[in-house]
Each structure stands twice: as C-alpha cells, then as structure tokens.
Ligand binder design. Structure first.
Ligand SMILES: [Zn+2]
Ligand SMILES: [Zn+2]
Length: 327
C-alpha cells in the first residue's frame, strides 16, 4: 500500500486533495494557499507534485501489482494481471489424446480411425464424445482461474472465455447438428450464492461473445443442476470421486435435452470425473451426444510419463491414473 508514496521522494512528500490549490509540500519552499501567487517555476513544480500525488492516490485506490508475478502494473486495467503474464499463457503443445485431452506418448501418438487415444481411453468407454482444453492447468493459467474462482476477479472471465473459444474449433467440425446447447457445469445453489457467480457460466458467456460461429451455439444455463453439495475432489481415489458425485447432478427440463447435442463447459478438467458424471446425466435425459470443453486441463509431466512407459504396459495404466491430481 506504500507503493504510492514511493512515487514521491521522501523530502518532497505531497498531500493531494480534490482541488489543486490545496496542494501543500511539507519540505519545499513553495507555499500554495489562498491568495499566495506562486512563481511560474514553483507552479510547474507544484503541478508535477500534484500529478505524482494523483498517481499515488490512484495506485492506492486500484491494485497496483500484477496478481501473478507481483510486479507493479504500468497500465490501469480491470484485470490486475500484467501483459507479460497473460502472454506467457499458451495453448497446450504436442500430442494429446483426441478423446480426453491427456498428453500422449509417441508410442500412442499414431491415430487410428483419425483419433489418437491414450492408454486409459483405449481401455474405457467415455460417456462423452471428446473433451478438449485450451491449456495446461499450471502456472499462469491456474493463477488466472484462481483469481476468478477464489478471489472474485470477474474480469478474468473475459480472458478465460477467449481461451475457451480458441479450443472450440477442435470440436466444431464434429458437431452433427445445426444448434448445439452450451451447458456450464453447475454449482450447488449454496456455493453459487456464496461465490456470487458460477465461473463456468461466466466463462461460457464470454466465449460465446467472441466465438465467430456462435450462431450454432445456444447457452443453456440452468438446464443442468447440481442438486447436492459435494466435497472437494482433492485427494480422493477415483472410486471415492465417483461416489462423491453420484446423484449430484440432474437435468431440470429433460424435454429440452432430448435428441440434442450438448457442449459441456467447465473451467478445469482434472480427473474427468465431473465431466463424465454430467455427461452420463445428460445422456440419460436424452442428449444425443455430449462434448466437453474446458479452459484448462491437468497434464502429466512428460518426463515422468516417459519413465512409466518404459515399464510394464499393465502397470502403465494404473500409474497413468495415479499421476492425475484430484479436484
Ligand atoms: Zn505479471
Ligand atoms: Zn484419453
């Protein structure tokens, strides 16, 4: 909070008020008060003080540090994140599984039937068609999502929405219908009230504003409900995660889902338990197909995965699961 004061050298400490003629400098020879007419030089000095004092006040009133790297922000923005930190957030590079979006080894990189599958997706039948994500859930992207979710920095939703919209073209060519329902993963009403918003909904709205083919997308908030409060998924085994979410979701108006293609939207895909549970509920209510798009996804460290891949293929799959971080 003292950053503003640092802008004024200590021996020239200025006091700013709403009127320029009430600016006083504590250790300066310049006196500006009432009828005292200052010399031209002194006046311009005073104006400089006033400007600096105004900047000080502004930096006190508005966040002045980037909330990711901590460096002072040079421009005033509704999003307290510097352009460098935003520029460092990049889409995932390299081969990922066409079905779940997980990073895949070169051994699994060759697509069959046009789709590349990770070991888990070769083994499992997912309740959704495909899940895509913009970037890896770490460093800057993770911080940006946390700013929105846990610090209530709503302008972050606009940036995250833009990123989500960048992931959508990966799916769009696969859509069979003219109009796809965009369904944000819901929060339980108590949590929504506490947070004041549902981050997935804000991100979906922001994405629809910038997406060029948004004529094919129809936001359907409130269609899917979280009817039961659930614990955090962190630290749970895959069985416990499924149990934790069992019966947590319901479709409010099944007739609106019947025969429709749904694009489920969330901020993060971690283990896929939430996406899978929502997809199951939507399919049961009659949805023809469910697609999943998230801003971020947890991805395994490539180096660790390469070590695992050298081992027994049977071990490989269980280890693959184990590296996933819960939530
Ligand atoms: Zn920064
Ligand atoms: Zn996969």
């Amino acid at each position: 909070m003292d950053r503003g004061l640092e802008l004024c050298p200590r021996d020239e400490e200025a006091v700013f008020s709403s009127s320029e003629d009430r600016i006083r400098t504590s250790h300066s020879a310049v006196a500006v008060a009432g009828a005292v007419v200052a010399s031209e030089d002194a006046w311009s000095t005073t104006r400089a003080y006033a400007r600096r004092a105004a900047e000080s006040l502004f930096s006190v009133l508005f966040p002045s540090d980037c909330r990711i790297c901590g460096l002072p922000l040079l421009n005033i923005s509704r999003l307290p994140v510097c352009p460098e930190c935003l520029a460092r957030i990049q889409p995932t590079e390299g081969n990922v599984c066409s079905i779940c979006g997980e990073r895949v080894l070169s051994a699994y990189a060759e697509p069959d039937d046009g789709l590349r599958r990770c070991p888990a997706c070769r083994r499992l039948d997912r309740p959704y068609e495909r899940a895509v994500a913009y970037g890896s859930y770490d460093s800057g992207l993770r911080e940006l999502i946390h700013l929105l979710k846990y610090n209530g920095v709503r302008p972050a939703a606009r940036v995250l929405g833009r990123m989500l919209a960048e992931a959508w073209p990966m799916l769009e060519s696969s859509f069979a219908s003219e109009m796809v329902l965009v369904v944000p993963v819901p929060l339980f009403k108590g949590k929504r009230r506490q947070r004041g918003f549902n981050q997935s909904e804000l991100i979906a709205e922001a994405a629809l504003k910038v997406y060029s083919a948004n004529g094919r997308m129809q936001l359907a908030s409130g269609l899917l409900l979280r009817v039961r409060d659930t614990h955090s998924q962190i630290g749970l085994t895959s069985h416990q995660r499924r149990e934790n979410l069992r019966g947590a979701f319901a479709v409010a108006r099944a007739q609106e889902v019947t025969g429709r293609e749904v694009l489920l939207v969330d901020d993060v895909y971690t283990t896929g338990t939430t996406a899978s549970e929502c997809a199951k509920v939507l399919r049961r209510a009659g949805a023809a197909k469910v697609w999943v798009a998230t801003v971020a996804r947890t991805l395994k460290l490539a180096s660790k995965y390469v070590d695992i891949a050298a081992g027994d293929p049977a071990v490989r799959v269980s280890e693959f699961e184990r590296f996933k971080v819960g939530a």
